[in-house]
Design a protein around this ligand. Structure first.
Ligand SMILES: NC(=O)c1ccc[n+]([C@@H]2O[C@H](COP(=O)([O-])OP(=O)(O)OC[C@H]3O[C@@H](n4cnc5c(N)ncnc54)[C@H](O)[C@@H]3O)[C@@H](O)[C@H]2O)c1
Length: 340
């Protein structure tokens, strides 16, 4: 039996909110959704019936005035993260906000300081740290199996073309709807976690879908903190299921993680190791690997509130990822390497 039930207010009922909702359902008695908010009233009415006694709102300010809400989960477009998170912290609510933490790093710094001052839990729904394949990769890297890390290549890709073409949606719209801010933060978070961060970046962006106002493809290269080279490719015009691929090459071996390939994780110890070694315990599940990581991240935050411990995602690391994406934007503008 839980010591305390955390009462949740969910703000933003769009596509990603379903994964968060599943995370709260999974927690059973540990939490309860008591309030829902979206500017789209129809969506509020459609979803409210699932939660006995829950209150529905179309203005987040009214949800924040509800004293029954202990924490809010913010799953609205990036540009609204700062305003809503700030108001929630000021009202004494714990805050879990989707990535990117905010759209400007000074806003994120302000939120981190405010949460600290108020003694509230504040974290970012950076699901990367809950992806089974990356947790296995962390173990292998810690064992030193691959030797010194020399090169890392990543891909985050899928299709958002239908959303970019929809004039009523924010995806692809200036100034914050580009794929680099949207997706590279996941990889920059990963680089910070597994390799200590990045030294410098050089960015290249392109726009394929005419209706979009922002880049829908980004290629970023640079050096990791240990001097290794990296190449990060992100696209929202690839007509494949949303996926991530990470390749890590070191002085002793290489590891390939690919959510669209079965087995998902394999490592090779040199050019003669044709068969490689399959890393067990990583299910091939292109439909659910990401969804499951989000369920885990929501669970971690609720338990952090119950147990009064820091959430696994330190918002400073989410801020780091945002600063790296800002460095990429500066690099694209100046056509030069930008140091972190
Ligand atoms: N972790 C991940 O991999 C991942 C994946 C997808 C989206 N996201 C993040 O989640 C956030 C939402 O993305 P999405 O794809 O669900 O977007 P979406 O457009 O599908 O949903 C956003 C919802 O917020 C609502 N909304 C907008 N302004 C609001 C306001 N002021 N008050 C209340 N509701 C408001 C909209 O009506 C909509 O229902 C984004 O920041 C995105 O980066 C993260």
């Amino acid at each position: 039996m839980a010591e305390k039930k955390v009462r949740v207010g969910l703000i933003g009922l769009g596509s990603i909110s379903y994964a968060h909702e599943a995370g709260y359902s999974e927690l059973g008695e540990d939490c309860q959704i008591v309030a829902l908010c979206d500017i789209n009233e129809e969506e509020v009415n459609n979803r409210i019936g699932m939660y006995a006694g829950a209150k529905g709102y179309t203005r987040y300010q009214e949800l924040l005035d509800n004293p029954s809400v202990d924490m809010v989960d913010i799953t609205v477009p990036h540009v609204m993260h700062y305003e809503i998170a700030k108001a929630a912290l000021e009202k004494g609510k714990h805050v879990l906000v989707e990535k990117p933490i905010t759209v400007i790093s000074s806003q994120a710094e302000e939120l981190i300081a405010l949460a600290k001052q108020k003694g509230l839990k504040f974290s970012v729904a950076e699901n990367t740290h809950f992806v089974t394949a990356y947790l296995k990769a962390e173990e292998i890297l810690k064992q030193g199996l691959l030797g010194d890390i020399w090169s890392v290549r990543t891909l985050i890709a899928g299709s958002e073309a239908y959303r970019i073409k929809d004039p009523n949606l924010w995806h692809g719209k200036a100034p914050y709807g580009g794929v680099i801010l949207d997706s590279s933060v996941h990889n920059f978070y990963l680089f910070k976690w597994l390799f200590g961060g990045v030294k410098d970046v050089l960015g290249f962006a392109s726009k394929i879908i005419p209706e979009g106002e922002m880049e829908d493809n980004g290629l970023i290269l640079g050096h990791l903190a240990n001097g290794a080279e990296f190449l990060l490719h992100t696209s929202c015009t690839f007509e494949i299921p949303w996926t991530e691929r990470v390749e890590i090459y070191g002085s002793q071996g290489g590891m390939i993680i690919d959510q669209l390939v079965d087995p998902v994780v394999k490592y090779y110890m040199g050019s003669g190791d044709i068969d490689g070694t399959v890393v067990e315990g990583v299910p091939f599940d292109p439909m659910a690997w990401k969804f499951n990581s989000m369920i885990a991240e929501v669970g971690d935050f609720v338990h952090a509130v119950i147990e009064d411990r820091p959430p696994r995602i330190d918002p400073q690391d989410a801020l780091y990822a945002l600063k790296a994406a800002e460095a990429v934007a500066r690099s694209i503008e100046t056509k030069k390497f930008v140091s972190m």
